[in-house]
Write a protein of this length. Structure first.
Ligand SMILES: Cc1cc2nc3c(=O)[nH]c(=O)nc-3n(C[C@H](O)[C@H](O)[C@H](O)COP(=O)(O)O)c2cc1C
Ligand SMILES: C=C(O[C@@H]1CC(C(=O)O)=C[C@@H](OP(=O)(O)O)[C@H]1O)C(=O)O
Length: 390
């Protein structure tokens, strides 16, 4: 499976085209819209989220709630676009008129893509960079992820996420009994944190940063239960599924690091404190007594829950500006800001779920190729039986 996204932050719409889904898989607008709504929430978001009410329009590949096997195209309109039609040049402005608008951006923000992107493409109006580098693009990645999540869920695989840390305020690891409970509790939290004791502290940290004109980052964790054993590969470096998850997390705007299982903590421990002992019983088949390796050995799933963490840096657009250099005048300036998120870690947790779900669904479709959804479901069911009898 593969997907592409297109669209600018203040353009008319964002689009994704998904290719390779089996035919006959049930999927509705609501499945996708629910995920889009989850991504818009979270304490610390800026004014833009009050303007947008993200909804997916299915323009291809699905009929009467089932995939056709043809490419699926999903569109999310930008409600903010109506305020930007002139600036975005959608009305075919003459050069003279564009000059009149005088909204050319020549002041790159430290930490954003503005300067490197401008140099790379030769854009002297840095808006041509920021429009696409904006995390607005994650809207349609979540739409594609929603389709992947639906496929996984139909196959008995559930994906959840939660926030472990915001701006130095740390939560206890979640003590959940079922993944559904984890999903429900985090859904009720305005910072997507399972640990209710620190929720207010996290909100306070966000408010304090905002008040100071600053921004803060944090750590999110994605947990996946129900993956069959042996998905991925130890044979080829580019089919190692843990590596694909790491790349997927790193592809989210502002993410600077990834850990699977113990992650960096493994460096401080003996091997006997890191590796998970293997056990077997008739009911479960093989299992691990612990899950310090977060569901992966040898680039393949172990069948234990997948645990992936990602760290998000603080948002680069700051009301309290850092110094930078104007690309036209070469003068040093301090950036002024119209609007920005002060913390988007809770939203990023939903994006992390989406990109992880996508990689897992793609790996399954790759390993168990089937043109029909029913065939795929049967394939997975019989593979699970096989694994039990190994
Ligand atoms: C959900 C989400 C919302 C974001 N909101 C903003 C924002 O309002 N302002 C901003 O400057 N950066 C925001 N970012 C981060 C930038 O998009 C990101 O830092 C930028 O694209 C540069 O990429 P890099 O940080 O990965 O190097 C957001 C990121 C995510 C995931
Ligand atoms: C629009 C979204 O996030 C945007 C990501 C973003 C950035 O620079 O990454 C900048 C902000 O956009 P604007 O400049 O229009 O206020 C965020 O609101 C979204 O998540 O849907």
């Amino acid at each position: 499976m593969r997907y592409l996204t297109a669209g600018e932050s203040h353009g008319p719409q964002l689009t994704t085209i998904i290719e390779g889904l089996p035919a006959g898989m049930p999927i509705t607008n609501e499945d996708i819209n629910e995920e889009l709504g989850r991504r818009q929430k979270g304490h610390g978001r800026g004014r833009r989220m009050q303007i947008e009410k993200d909804q997916a329009f299915i323009s291809a590949g699905i009929r009467h709630g089932y995939t056709l096997g043809s490419p699926v195209a999903l569109v999310v309109e930008n409600d903010d676009w109506k305020h930007w039609t002139k600036i975005m040049g959608s009305e075919g402005l003459s050069e003279k008129k564009a000059e009149e608008i005088k909204r050319k951006i020549t002041r790159p923000r430290p930490g954003h893509a503005d300067l490197n992107g401008g140099i790379k493409y030769g854009h002297r109006d840095l808006r041509n960079v920021l429009e696409r580098s904006s995390a607005r693009e994650t809207t349609v990645r979540v739409a594609a992820g929603a389709v992947a999540k639906k496929l996984l869920s139909l196959l008995g695989i559930e994906v959840a996420s939660h926030v472990l840390e915001i701006g130095g305020v740390k939560a206890e690891p979640p003590a959940y009994e079922t993944i559904q409970q984890l999903q429900q509790v985090t859904e009720e939290s305005s910072v997507r944190c399972f640990d209710k004791n620190v929720e207010q502290q996290m909100k306070d940290a966000i408010d304090e940063a905002k008040q100071k004109g600053d921004s803060i980052g944090g750590i999110v964790e994605v947990i996946v239960e129900g993956m069959p054993v042996g998905v991925g590969s130890y044979v080829h470096y580019d089919r190692k599924l843990d590596a694909k998850l790491a790349a997927a997390i790193m592809s989210i705007n502002a993410f600077k690091g990834v850990e699977i299982g113990l992650g960096f903590e493994a460096a401080h421990r003996f091997g006997s404190e890191v590796h998970d002992e293997i056990a077997w019983d008739e009911e479960k088949g093989y299992y691990r007594k612990t899950n310090r390796l977060g569901g992966f050995e040898g680039g393949m799933t172990t069948g234990m829950p997948i645990v992936v963490r990602g760290v998000m840096k603080p948002i680069p657009t700051l009301y309290k500006p850092l110094k930078s250099v104007d690309i036209d005048t070469k003068e040093v300036f301090e950036a002024s800001v119209e609007r920005s998120d002060s913390c988007a870690v809770p939203a990023a947790a939903v994006v992390a779920e989406a990109v992880v779900a996508w990689e897992l669904a793609a790996a399954i479709v790759d390993q168990f190729p089937s043109d029909r959804y029913e065939q795929l479901a049967e394939y997975i069911r019989s593979y699970r039986e096989d694994v039990k009898g190994f």
